[in-house]
Design a protein around this ligand. Structure first.
Ligand SMILES: [Zn+2]
Length: 240
């Protein structure tokens, strides 16, 4: 009897040992294993990091570079002469001061502007404009809201008025906004271009102004100025 009882005990122990010790071990590394053994649970430390990352992403506005017709695409000529290097700190808005022309492509307009810019020319007020190295503006927004790249952003623009354009990113919109109203497509492109530039160069909305804030001129025209004030208020909330 004693032998049978001993044999029974031995067998029971062997079964217990097999059941308890043959459970498959988790393949997750130790730091990812949880006390319950469930694989899907994220450790507290990692969960905190993921939460922080998600929160950070949510705070950053989804600002992307708008589509811009490059100098290469509009077949720009090389600048002539030296240009002044600068660090963009302000954004200044202009109008072309001539009525919109729908029939001419943006590329052709940029080529004409560059030809005019790179030679001496008499202005409508009778003043003689010197030959500039390149187009005076960094961006041009046409009647259809298409954006073109003007002067390289590394260099200050040029002006016929009495202010130093160093540190200014100059954006010109096609039209005479003393008499015309800026079109929705133009304003939409201006908004996305401004948002992108503000984030890229860390420029607050308080540094976005019109040409007439710096010099005696009607530029960018009363109708665009009104829109610009509203746009800056919107951007102040959107881009932090
Ligand atoms: Zn201007």
């Amino acid at each position: 009897m004693k032998t049978k009882a001993g044999l029974f005990l031995c067998l029971s122990f062997a079964v217990f040992f097999l059941v308890c010790c043959s459970q498959p071990k988790s393949r997750l590394p130790k730091h990812q294993q949880t006390s319950t053994g469930k694989k899907n649970k994220i450790p507290v430390q990692n969960a905190k990091l993921i939460y922080k990352e998600k929160k950070k992403r949510k705070l950053q506005p989804s600002i992307i570079k708008p589509k811009i017709l490059s100098r290469q695409e509009w077949k720009a000529k090389q600048p002539v002469g030296k240009m002044k290097k600068h660090k963009p700190k302000y954004i200044t808005i202009h109008h072309t001061a001539s009525l919109r022309k729908k029939s001419i492509s943006l590329g052709k307009k940029m080529q004409s502007l560059q030809n005019f810019s790179q030679r001496k020319a008499y202005l409508s007020n009778g003043h003689l404009k010197p030959a500039w190295a390149d187009v005076p503006y960094h961006f041009y927004i046409d009647v259809n809201g298409k954006i073109a790249e003007g002067r390289d952003l590394k260099f200050a623009g040029d002006t016929n008025t009495n202010y130093d354009p160093s540190g200014h990113i100059s954006i010109v919109l096609e039209g005479n906004f003393e008499v015309e109203k800026p079109l929705q497509g133009q304003l939409k492109s201006l908004r996305s271009l401004l948002a992108w530039l503000m984030v890229s160069y860390k420029i607050p909305s308080s540094k976005i102004k019109g040409h007439s804030d710096y010099a005696s001129t009607a530029c960018p025209g009363k109708n665009l100025r009104m829109e610009l004030n509203m746009l800056c208020n919107q951007l102040e909330k959107k881009v932090k």
